[in-house]
Design a protein around this ligand. Structure first.
Ligand code: IMO
Ligand code: MG
Length: 424
């Protein structure tokens, strides 16, 4: 059978927290299937509608749409405890989670000792720590590629408890190298009970399901987590997450061919944020940075940490567009800069005294951004619904980004609510 529909991909192009939850929720109207393909509960995708905000960590952001199928793909790492909490909250809101969620048997499980290893490893790094969300993401992917992991499908085996114990014992032996105190029994009963809850869901051969949906002409939207600059290969290694956050991750994490991919939507904020350690060339340490944080509510949806803030970085953005083959850009949160007299955008870097338009290999390189300045629009944007009503200064900002990147900005989001969106 040949696919009759295509798989479109939504990706964050910066360091995560671009607003993927809101956009997937807005776009989900046009898709029958929404699928997460990588990452895990390190993600925090916020959706706001009818005055309610909901934060999703493991469940795809199509969950609130009637008749939607929401797939947790093989590339995802799943913590049964967090999954249960999230689903019970959705059930309380009347969302029929068992009808709408399908979980790939090949997705890997985060077990309690993965989280302990994450914490011990971070503590041992001192000042060099990654700033991980400590959800056990890195250690779980290590076990996956190290061929030790436990998968969702294993929960159906009569041997599951033994396999769990084997992995846990390996972790306890591994933890001996760290000077780190922990309780080896913490959360085990709770975790096992959440595994029973997980087993009440449809555990599927995700790759067959996704391809069948495409063959039946049902459009699929793949929802990325984190952002391109946190990609394990292309991000600022080692200050990255442990999965492929870029477009090719959708093929690997769902089991679809690259030829099935249609549109690649790249989401970026009109400025930049980063949470955790690692390079951030346009970071602001002044009042402007503070205003971005306050106006933009830049505090983590998963960890509550305050986010680092700075100007838009076109060098990094163009890099992300190249790696992902972005066909359509989505700009978020320009309204946060409504009261700015001047807005800056980094158009080049100076590294070792030389100008460059490339992201340097050396994560520790000292980078001085070269900025272009724009006049602020000094007008509230959030209530604007029609493109023609947008202020001229804002249009100039948008046109400049489009010209520099060579990609059209097809959606402009001017607030967290579904309604605060201009589709061009
Ligand atoms: P969403 O999907 C922002 C960051 C962490 C840390 C690094 C590694 O909401 O955009 P990890 O827990 O993966 O070991 O952390 O990656 N990070 C995120 N930053 N948004 C996210 O997800 C993130 N997921 C991980 O802060 O610097
Ligand atoms: Mg987030």
């Amino acid at each position: 059978m040949t696919p009759k529909a295509q798989l479109d991909v939504v990706l964050g192009l910066q360091w995560g927290d671009e607003g993927k939850g809101k956009i997937v929720d807005v776009l989900a109207d046009n898709y029958e299937v929404v699928a997460r393909f990588q990452g895990g509960p390190n993600a925090g995708h916020s959706l706001k509608f009818e005055e309610t905000t909901f934060v999703l960590h493991s469940v795809p952001s199509g969950i609130f749409r009637e008749n939607s199928t929401n797939i947790i793909g093989n590339g995802v790492v799943l913590d049964p405890i967090i999954f249960e909490e999230e689903c019970r909250a959705l059930e309380k809101m009347g969302v029929p989670v068992r009808e709408r969620i399908k979980i790939s048997k090949k997705a890997h499980l985060i077990i309690p000792t993965h989280k302990i290893i994450d914490a011990a490893s971070e503590a041992s790094k001192g000042k060099e720590k990654i700033g991980s969300t400590l959800k056990g993401i890195g250690p779980t992917y290590m076990d996956k590629t190290g061929r030790n992991g436990l998968r969702v499908g294993d929960t159906l085996s009569s041997d599951f408890k033994n396999r769990f114990e084997t992995l846990r014992n390996k972790h306890i032996a591994f933890l001996k190298q760290f000077d780190f105190e922990y309780d080896p029994n913490s959360n085990i009963n709770e975790w096992m009970s959440s595994v029973e809850y997980l087993k009440t869901f449809d555990l599927v051969d995700g790759e067959y399901l996704v391809n069948k949906e495409l063959c039946n002409g049902r459009k699929v939207l793949a929802e990325g987590a984190q952002g391109s600059m946190l990609d394990v290969d292309f991000g600022s290694y080692p200050f990255v997450t442990s999965s492929t956050t870029t477009c090719s991750g959708a093929c690997m994490g769902l089991g679809v061919s690259p030829s099935s991919i249609g549109e690649v939507f790249g989401i970026f904020k009109a400025y930049c944020t980063r949470v955790g350690s690692g390079p951030f060339p346009t970071e602001l340490f002044d009042q402007t940075g503070e205003t971005l944080r306050r106006q933009g509510h830049e505090f983590g949806a998963t960890t509550g940490r305050s986010r680092r803030t700075g100007w838009l970085d076109l060098v990094a953005l163009k890099y992300a567009i190249m790696i992902n083959g972005v066909s359509s850009l989505i700009m978020m949160k320009a309204d946060v800069m409504d009261n700015f007299d001047t807005i800056k955008v980094a158009v080049k870097y100076i590294v070792d005294g030389k100008e460059t338009d490339q992201v340097p290999y050396d994560t520790y390189a000292e980078i001085t951004p070269v900025y272009k300045e724009f006049k602020g629009w000094n007008t509230p944007l959030s209530h604007i619904r029609k493109e023609e009503d947008l202020p001229i200064e804002f249009k100039e900002y948008v046109e400049f980004i489009e010209k520099e990147t060579g990609v059209r900005i097809s959606v402009i989001s001017l607030g967290p609510d579904r309604a605060e969106t201009i589709i061009r």
